[in-house]
Design a protein around this ligand. Structure first.
Ligand code: PLP
Length: 411
Protein backbone atom coordinates (compact mmCIF):
# COMPACT_ATOMS: atom_id res chain seq x y z
CA UNK A 1 0.00 0.00 0.00
CA UNK A 2 1.12 3.60 0.47
CA UNK A 3 4.06 4.65 2.59
CA UNK A 4 3.58 5.07 6.30
CA UNK A 5 2.45 8.56 7.26
CA UNK A 6 5.49 9.55 9.29
CA UNK A 7 4.23 13.01 10.17
CA UNK A 8 1.05 11.71 11.78
CA UNK A 9 2.56 8.64 13.44
CA UNK A 10 5.35 10.68 14.97
CA UNK A 11 2.65 12.74 16.68
CA UNK A 12 0.88 9.56 17.84
CA UNK A 13 4.12 8.25 19.30
CA UNK A 14 4.42 11.42 21.37
CA UNK A 15 0.86 11.01 22.68
CA UNK A 16 1.59 7.39 23.62
CA UNK A 17 4.68 8.62 25.47
CA UNK A 18 2.59 11.26 27.28
CA UNK A 19 0.01 8.68 28.40
CA UNK A 20 2.73 6.26 29.52
CA UNK A 21 4.86 8.74 31.47
CA UNK A 22 2.48 11.23 33.11
CA UNK A 23 -0.41 10.89 35.56
CA UNK A 24 -3.88 10.80 33.99
CA UNK A 25 -6.40 11.96 36.58
CA UNK A 26 -9.25 13.21 34.39
CA UNK A 27 -12.36 11.55 35.85
CA UNK A 28 -13.97 10.86 32.46
CA UNK A 29 -10.94 9.10 30.96
CA UNK A 30 -9.53 5.58 31.04
CA UNK A 31 -6.99 3.34 29.30
CA UNK A 32 -8.77 1.04 26.84
CA UNK A 33 -7.36 -2.46 26.38
CA UNK A 34 -5.36 -3.49 23.34
CA UNK A 35 -8.32 -5.66 22.24
CA UNK A 36 -10.62 -2.63 22.36
CA UNK A 37 -8.15 -0.61 20.29
CA UNK A 38 -7.60 -3.47 17.85
CA UNK A 39 -11.34 -3.72 17.18
CA UNK A 40 -11.55 0.07 16.77
CA UNK A 41 -8.73 -0.12 14.22
CA UNK A 42 -10.25 -3.04 12.30
CA UNK A 43 -11.60 -3.41 8.72
CA UNK A 44 -15.11 -2.79 10.05
CA UNK A 45 -14.36 0.91 9.55
CA UNK A 46 -14.89 0.23 5.83
CA UNK A 47 -18.52 -0.86 6.04
CA UNK A 48 -21.75 1.07 5.64
CA UNK A 49 -24.55 -0.45 7.71
CA UNK A 50 -27.40 2.04 7.97
CA UNK A 51 -30.29 0.38 9.78
CA UNK A 52 -30.22 -2.43 12.34
CA UNK A 53 -29.28 -6.14 12.24
CA UNK A 54 -31.58 -7.90 9.75
CA UNK A 55 -32.88 -4.56 8.40
CA UNK A 56 -30.00 -2.84 6.60
CA UNK A 57 -30.18 -0.54 3.63
CA UNK A 58 -27.02 -1.89 1.94
CA UNK A 59 -25.81 -5.39 1.12
CA UNK A 60 -22.86 -7.24 2.59
CA UNK A 61 -23.91 -6.83 6.20
CA UNK A 62 -24.28 -10.46 7.32
CA UNK A 63 -21.05 -10.36 9.35
CA UNK A 64 -21.64 -6.83 10.56
CA UNK A 65 -25.03 -7.98 11.86
CA UNK A 66 -23.28 -10.61 13.98
CA UNK A 67 -21.03 -7.93 15.44
CA UNK A 68 -23.88 -5.61 16.38
CA UNK A 69 -26.00 -8.49 17.72
CA UNK A 70 -23.10 -9.65 19.88
CA UNK A 71 -22.68 -6.12 21.28
CA UNK A 72 -26.42 -5.82 21.99
CA UNK A 73 -26.67 -9.26 23.60
CA UNK A 74 -23.64 -8.66 25.79
CA UNK A 75 -24.76 -5.26 27.05
CA UNK A 76 -28.35 -6.30 27.78
CA UNK A 77 -26.99 -9.29 29.74
CA UNK A 78 -24.43 -7.12 31.55
CA UNK A 79 -27.01 -4.65 32.86
CA UNK A 80 -30.16 -6.81 32.75
CA UNK A 81 -31.95 -4.59 30.23
CA UNK A 82 -34.78 -5.46 27.81
CA UNK A 83 -33.33 -3.54 24.90
CA UNK A 84 -30.08 -1.90 23.79
CA UNK A 85 -29.13 0.52 21.06
CA UNK A 86 -25.33 0.47 20.66
CA UNK A 87 -25.15 2.95 17.77
CA UNK A 88 -24.90 6.39 19.47
CA UNK A 89 -21.60 7.97 18.47
CA UNK A 90 -21.23 9.55 21.93
CA UNK A 91 -22.99 10.12 25.22
CA UNK A 92 -24.47 13.45 24.15
CA UNK A 93 -25.96 11.83 21.04
CA UNK A 94 -27.48 9.08 23.17
CA UNK A 95 -29.19 11.66 25.38
CA UNK A 96 -30.47 13.66 22.41
CA UNK A 97 -31.83 10.50 20.79
CA UNK A 98 -33.76 9.71 23.98
CA UNK A 99 -35.22 13.23 23.99
CA UNK A 100 -36.19 12.93 20.30
CA UNK A 101 -37.81 9.57 21.03
CA UNK A 102 -39.80 10.51 24.12
CA UNK A 103 -40.37 14.30 24.15
CA UNK A 104 -42.02 16.89 21.97
CA UNK A 105 -40.41 20.32 21.43
CA UNK A 106 -41.34 22.59 24.31
CA UNK A 107 -41.72 19.77 26.84
CA UNK A 108 -40.12 20.27 30.25
CA UNK A 109 -36.90 18.36 30.93
CA UNK A 110 -35.52 18.33 34.46
CA UNK A 111 -31.84 17.70 35.16
CA UNK A 112 -29.02 18.67 37.49
CA UNK A 113 -27.56 22.20 37.39
CA UNK A 114 -24.51 22.41 35.14
CA UNK A 115 -22.56 24.49 37.66
CA UNK A 116 -23.24 21.90 40.37
CA UNK A 117 -22.24 18.79 38.43
CA UNK A 118 -24.87 18.25 35.72
CA UNK A 119 -24.25 17.82 31.99
CA UNK A 120 -24.83 20.16 29.05
CA UNK A 121 -27.14 17.63 27.39
CA UNK A 122 -29.57 17.68 30.35
CA UNK A 123 -31.42 20.83 29.24
CA UNK A 124 -28.76 23.56 29.27
CA UNK A 125 -29.59 26.66 27.17
CA UNK A 126 -26.29 26.46 25.24
CA UNK A 127 -27.11 22.86 24.20
CA UNK A 128 -29.82 21.69 21.81
CA UNK A 129 -31.49 19.95 24.78
CA UNK A 130 -32.19 23.36 26.31
CA UNK A 131 -33.24 24.90 23.01
CA UNK A 132 -35.77 22.27 21.88
CA UNK A 133 -37.01 21.61 25.40
CA UNK A 134 -37.58 23.71 28.50
CA UNK A 135 -34.78 22.92 30.96
CA UNK A 136 -35.57 22.85 34.68
CA UNK A 137 -32.63 22.39 37.04
CA UNK A 138 -32.20 20.94 40.52
CA UNK A 139 -29.02 21.37 42.54
CA UNK A 140 -27.18 20.24 45.63
CA UNK A 141 -27.86 21.63 49.11
CA UNK A 142 -25.79 24.48 50.46
CA UNK A 143 -25.16 22.65 53.72
CA UNK A 144 -23.77 19.29 52.64
CA UNK A 145 -23.32 19.83 48.88
CA UNK A 146 -25.26 16.66 48.09
CA UNK A 147 -28.52 15.92 46.28
CA UNK A 148 -31.57 16.43 48.47
CA UNK A 149 -34.28 14.13 47.13
CA UNK A 150 -37.05 16.01 48.97
CA UNK A 151 -36.10 19.21 47.15
CA UNK A 152 -36.02 17.35 43.83
CA UNK A 153 -39.44 15.86 44.57
CA UNK A 154 -40.89 19.28 45.44
CA UNK A 155 -39.49 20.83 42.27
CA UNK A 156 -40.86 17.99 40.13
CA UNK A 157 -44.29 18.41 41.74
CA UNK A 158 -44.24 22.13 41.03
CA UNK A 159 -42.88 21.96 37.47
CA UNK A 160 -44.37 18.64 36.28
CA UNK A 161 -41.56 17.85 33.81
CA UNK A 162 -42.18 15.32 31.03
CA UNK A 163 -38.85 13.68 31.85
CA UNK A 164 -36.49 13.71 34.83
CA UNK A 165 -32.80 13.00 34.30
CA UNK A 166 -30.58 11.63 37.05
CA UNK A 167 -26.86 11.51 36.49
CA UNK A 168 -23.88 13.84 36.66
CA UNK A 169 -20.49 14.68 35.35
CA UNK A 170 -19.07 16.08 38.58
CA UNK A 171 -20.79 14.56 41.60
CA UNK A 172 -18.99 12.20 43.92
CA UNK A 173 -21.79 10.27 45.64
CA UNK A 174 -24.22 7.48 44.91
CA UNK A 175 -27.28 8.63 42.97
CA UNK A 176 -30.23 6.56 44.18
CA UNK A 177 -32.27 5.31 41.20
CA UNK A 178 -35.05 3.95 43.41
CA UNK A 179 -35.84 7.34 44.94
CA UNK A 180 -35.79 8.97 41.49
CA UNK A 181 -38.25 6.28 40.33
CA UNK A 182 -40.63 7.16 43.15
CA UNK A 183 -40.36 10.88 42.29
CA UNK A 184 -41.18 10.12 38.66
CA UNK A 185 -44.08 7.87 39.64
CA UNK A 186 -45.55 10.57 41.87
CA UNK A 187 -45.28 13.24 39.21
CA UNK A 188 -46.02 11.23 36.07
CA UNK A 189 -42.57 11.86 34.57
CA UNK A 190 -40.43 9.59 32.45
CA UNK A 191 -37.16 8.65 34.10
CA UNK A 192 -33.82 8.79 32.27
CA UNK A 193 -30.73 7.75 34.21
CA UNK A 194 -27.56 9.06 32.55
CA UNK A 195 -24.82 6.71 33.78
CA UNK A 196 -22.12 8.19 31.51
CA UNK A 197 -19.52 8.40 34.27
CA UNK A 198 -20.46 5.45 36.42
CA UNK A 199 -21.42 2.71 33.92
CA UNK A 200 -18.27 0.78 34.80
CA UNK A 201 -18.95 1.08 38.53
CA UNK A 202 -22.46 -0.27 37.93
CA UNK A 203 -21.22 -3.12 35.71
CA UNK A 204 -18.66 -3.99 38.37
CA UNK A 205 -21.22 -3.99 41.17
CA UNK A 206 -19.77 -0.98 43.00
CA UNK A 207 -22.85 1.22 42.43
CA UNK A 208 -26.59 0.41 42.25
CA UNK A 209 -27.91 -0.59 38.84
CA UNK A 210 -30.54 1.92 37.60
CA UNK A 211 -31.88 -0.41 34.88
CA UNK A 212 -34.65 -1.97 37.05
CA UNK A 213 -35.92 1.52 37.94
CA UNK A 214 -35.43 3.78 34.92
CA UNK A 215 -37.40 3.90 31.67
CA UNK A 216 -34.15 4.57 29.86
CA UNK A 217 -30.48 4.42 30.82
CA UNK A 218 -27.81 6.11 28.70
CA UNK A 219 -24.07 5.88 29.17
CA UNK A 220 -20.74 6.40 27.49
CA UNK A 221 -18.55 3.39 26.81
CA UNK A 222 -15.20 5.17 27.29
CA UNK A 223 -15.28 6.42 30.88
CA UNK A 224 -15.30 3.96 33.81
CA UNK A 225 -16.55 1.24 31.44
CA UNK A 226 -13.12 1.41 29.73
CA UNK A 227 -14.25 0.76 26.16
CA UNK A 228 -13.97 2.77 22.94
CA UNK A 229 -15.24 6.36 22.70
CA UNK A 230 -19.00 6.08 22.20
CA UNK A 231 -22.51 5.94 23.65
CA UNK A 232 -25.21 3.38 24.38
CA UNK A 233 -28.91 3.41 25.28
CA UNK A 234 -30.71 0.76 27.35
CA UNK A 235 -34.47 0.81 27.64
CA UNK A 236 -37.57 -1.09 28.55
CA UNK A 237 -39.26 -3.01 25.71
CA UNK A 238 -41.95 -0.32 25.67
CA UNK A 239 -39.58 2.38 24.40
CA UNK A 240 -37.34 0.21 22.21
CA UNK A 241 -38.88 0.99 18.82
CA UNK A 242 -39.09 4.74 19.44
CA UNK A 243 -35.47 4.90 20.58
CA UNK A 244 -34.14 2.90 17.63
CA UNK A 245 -36.05 5.17 15.25
CA UNK A 246 -34.71 8.27 16.97
CA UNK A 247 -31.07 7.13 16.70
CA UNK A 248 -31.46 6.11 13.05
CA UNK A 249 -32.86 7.64 10.89
CA UNK A 250 -33.75 10.40 13.39
CA UNK A 251 -30.33 11.61 14.46
CA UNK A 252 -27.42 9.71 12.95
CA UNK A 253 -26.41 8.19 9.64
CA UNK A 254 -24.29 5.07 9.25
CA UNK A 255 -23.23 3.43 12.52
CA UNK A 256 -19.53 3.12 13.42
CA UNK A 257 -19.40 -0.68 13.34
CA UNK A 258 -15.68 -0.80 14.20
CA UNK A 259 -16.52 1.10 17.37
CA UNK A 260 -19.55 -1.13 18.01
CA UNK A 261 -17.18 -4.12 17.74
CA UNK A 262 -14.94 -2.49 20.32
CA UNK A 263 -17.98 -1.85 22.54
CA UNK A 264 -18.70 -5.60 22.32
CA UNK A 265 -15.14 -6.27 23.52
CA UNK A 266 -15.56 -3.84 26.40
CA UNK A 267 -18.90 -5.38 27.45
CA UNK A 268 -17.19 -8.79 27.51
CA UNK A 269 -14.30 -7.43 29.59
CA UNK A 270 -16.72 -5.75 32.00
CA UNK A 271 -18.51 -9.07 32.58
CA UNK A 272 -15.32 -10.74 33.88
CA UNK A 273 -14.68 -11.20 37.62
CA UNK A 274 -11.51 -9.05 37.36
CA UNK A 275 -13.66 -6.10 36.33
CA UNK A 276 -15.54 -6.30 39.62
CA UNK A 277 -12.22 -6.01 41.43
CA UNK A 278 -11.30 -3.10 39.18
CA UNK A 279 -14.55 -1.19 39.84
CA UNK A 280 -14.22 -1.60 43.61
CA UNK A 281 -10.53 -0.62 43.52
CA UNK A 282 -11.43 2.56 41.58
CA UNK A 283 -13.64 3.59 44.52
CA UNK A 284 -11.11 2.49 47.15
CA UNK A 285 -8.44 4.52 45.37
CA UNK A 286 -10.70 7.57 45.13
CA UNK A 287 -11.34 7.42 48.88
CA UNK A 288 -7.61 7.06 49.58
CA UNK A 289 -6.74 9.97 47.30
CA UNK A 290 -9.45 12.16 48.84
CA UNK A 291 -8.24 11.43 52.37
CA UNK A 292 -4.64 12.16 51.42
CA UNK A 293 -5.60 15.42 49.69
CA UNK A 294 -7.48 16.49 52.83
CA UNK A 295 -4.23 15.82 54.68
CA UNK A 296 -2.48 18.23 52.28
CA UNK A 297 -4.89 21.01 53.30
CA UNK A 298 -7.45 20.83 50.49
CA UNK A 299 -11.19 20.73 51.17
CA UNK A 300 -13.14 17.88 49.62
CA UNK A 301 -16.50 19.13 48.33
CA UNK A 302 -19.35 17.27 50.12
CA UNK A 303 -16.82 15.72 52.48
CA UNK A 304 -15.38 13.11 50.14
CA UNK A 305 -16.35 10.50 47.60
CA UNK A 306 -18.29 7.26 47.10
CA UNK A 307 -17.34 6.85 43.46
CA UNK A 308 -14.44 7.32 41.04
CA UNK A 309 -13.95 11.05 41.42
CA UNK A 310 -13.77 13.97 43.81
CA UNK A 311 -14.16 17.72 43.67
CA UNK A 312 -11.47 19.66 45.45
CA UNK A 313 -11.99 23.17 46.83
CA UNK A 314 -8.61 24.92 46.53
CA UNK A 315 -9.43 27.93 48.70
CA UNK A 316 -8.53 26.51 52.13
CA UNK A 317 -5.17 25.39 50.67
CA UNK A 318 -4.49 28.80 49.13
CA UNK A 319 -7.14 31.51 48.78
CA UNK A 320 -5.40 33.00 45.71
CA UNK A 321 -5.00 29.74 43.81
CA UNK A 322 -7.58 29.29 41.04
CA UNK A 323 -8.54 26.05 39.33
CA UNK A 324 -7.14 27.44 36.09
CA UNK A 325 -3.69 28.13 37.53
CA UNK A 326 -3.70 24.80 39.41
CA UNK A 327 -4.52 22.87 36.23
CA UNK A 328 -1.78 24.68 34.27
CA UNK A 329 0.78 24.22 37.03
CA UNK A 330 0.06 20.51 37.39
CA UNK A 331 0.19 20.06 33.61
CA UNK A 332 3.76 21.37 33.71
CA UNK A 333 4.54 18.84 36.45
CA UNK A 334 3.13 15.92 34.43
CA UNK A 335 -0.16 15.65 36.32
CA UNK A 336 -3.21 15.88 34.06
CA UNK A 337 -6.59 16.82 35.54
CA UNK A 338 -9.20 19.52 35.02
CA UNK A 339 -10.32 22.69 36.71
CA UNK A 340 -13.96 22.52 37.78
CA UNK A 341 -16.50 24.79 39.38
CA UNK A 342 -17.49 23.80 42.87
CA UNK A 343 -21.04 24.38 44.21
CA UNK A 344 -21.66 28.12 44.60
CA UNK A 345 -18.26 28.92 43.09
CA UNK A 346 -17.63 32.68 43.11
CA UNK A 347 -15.30 32.29 40.11
CA UNK A 348 -16.33 31.73 36.47
CA UNK A 349 -16.28 28.30 34.75
CA UNK A 350 -13.10 29.39 32.93
CA UNK A 351 -11.28 30.23 36.18
CA UNK A 352 -12.99 28.23 38.97
CA UNK A 353 -12.01 27.53 42.58
CA UNK A 354 -11.82 23.79 42.17
CA UNK A 355 -10.38 20.72 40.55
CA UNK A 356 -12.03 17.48 39.51
CA UNK A 357 -9.85 14.43 40.06
CA UNK A 358 -10.60 10.84 39.06
CA UNK A 359 -9.04 7.43 39.60
CA UNK A 360 -10.30 5.24 36.69
CA UNK A 361 -7.16 5.55 34.53
CA UNK A 362 -4.48 5.09 37.15
CA UNK A 363 -6.42 2.17 38.67
CA UNK A 364 -6.38 0.51 35.24
CA UNK A 365 -2.62 1.09 35.23
CA UNK A 366 -2.42 -0.91 38.47
CA UNK A 367 -2.08 1.76 41.14
CA UNK A 368 -3.50 1.22 44.62
CA UNK A 369 -3.76 3.15 47.90
CA UNK A 370 -0.01 3.79 48.47
CA UNK A 371 0.29 5.37 45.02
CA UNK A 372 -2.77 7.53 45.76
CA UNK A 373 -0.97 8.91 48.81
CA UNK A 374 2.08 9.60 46.68
CA UNK A 375 -0.05 11.41 44.08
CA UNK A 376 -1.66 13.64 46.74
CA UNK A 377 1.79 14.56 48.03
CA UNK A 378 2.99 15.39 44.49
CA UNK A 379 -0.08 17.58 43.87
CA UNK A 380 0.43 19.42 47.16
CA UNK A 381 4.14 19.91 46.48
CA UNK A 382 3.63 21.22 42.94
CA UNK A 383 0.91 23.68 43.96
CA UNK A 384 2.81 24.88 47.03
CA UNK A 385 5.89 25.61 44.88
CA UNK A 386 4.09 26.74 41.76
CA UNK A 387 6.42 29.71 41.19
CA UNK A 388 9.52 27.51 41.50
CA UNK A 389 10.47 25.90 38.18
CA UNK A 390 13.20 23.70 39.71
CA UNK A 391 10.72 22.26 42.20
CA UNK A 392 8.16 21.65 39.43
CA UNK A 393 10.88 19.87 37.43
CA UNK A 394 11.56 17.74 40.49
CA UNK A 395 7.86 16.83 40.79
CA UNK A 396 7.83 15.93 37.10
CA UNK A 397 10.81 13.60 37.58
CA UNK A 398 9.06 11.92 40.51
CA UNK A 399 5.87 11.61 38.42
CA UNK A 400 7.85 9.97 35.61
CA UNK A 401 9.46 7.57 38.09
CA UNK A 402 6.08 6.61 39.58
CA UNK A 403 4.55 6.13 36.11
CA UNK A 404 7.49 3.97 35.00
CA UNK A 405 6.23 1.32 37.45
CA UNK A 406 2.61 1.58 36.22
CA UNK A 407 2.81 1.96 32.45
CA UNK A 408 -0.56 1.47 30.72
CA UNK A 409 0.95 0.54 27.34
CA UNK A 410 4.39 -1.03 27.87
CA UNK A 411 6.53 -2.21 24.96
C1 PLP B 1 -19.50 12.58 29.50
C2 PLP B 1 -20.97 12.76 29.72
C3 PLP B 1 -21.86 12.82 28.64
C4 PLP B 1 -21.43 12.99 27.21
O1 PLP B 1 -20.62 12.09 26.67
P1 PLP B 1 -19.84 12.44 25.30
O2 PLP B 1 -19.41 11.11 24.83
O3 PLP B 1 -18.75 13.38 25.66
O4 PLP B 1 -20.84 13.07 24.37
C5 PLP B 1 -23.22 12.84 28.91
N1 PLP B 1 -23.67 12.83 30.18
C6 PLP B 1 -22.84 12.82 31.23
C7 PLP B 1 -23.41 12.82 32.61
C8 PLP B 1 -21.46 12.80 31.04
O5 PLP B 1 -20.64 12.81 32.08
Amino acid sequence: MTQRDDALFAILDRELERQNTTLQLIASENFASRAVMEATGSVLTNKYAEGYPGKRYYGGNQIIDEVEDLARDRVTALFGADHANVQPHAGANANLAVCLALLKPGDKLMGMRLDQGGHLSHGQPVNISGQLYEGIAYGVTESDERLDYDQIRDLAKKERPKMVIAGATAYSHVIDPEIFRSICDETGALFLFDAAHIAGLIAGGAHPNPVPFADVVTFTTHKTLRGPRGGCILSTAEHAAAIDKAVFPGLQGGPLEHVIAAKAVAFHEAAQPEFRDYAHQVVTNARALAAALAGEGFRLVSGGTDNHMMLVDLRPFDADLTGKVAQETLDRAGITLNKNQIPNDPRSPFVTSGLRIGTPSMTTAGMREPEMEAIAALIGRALRHREDQAELDGVRRDVNLLCSKFTPYPG
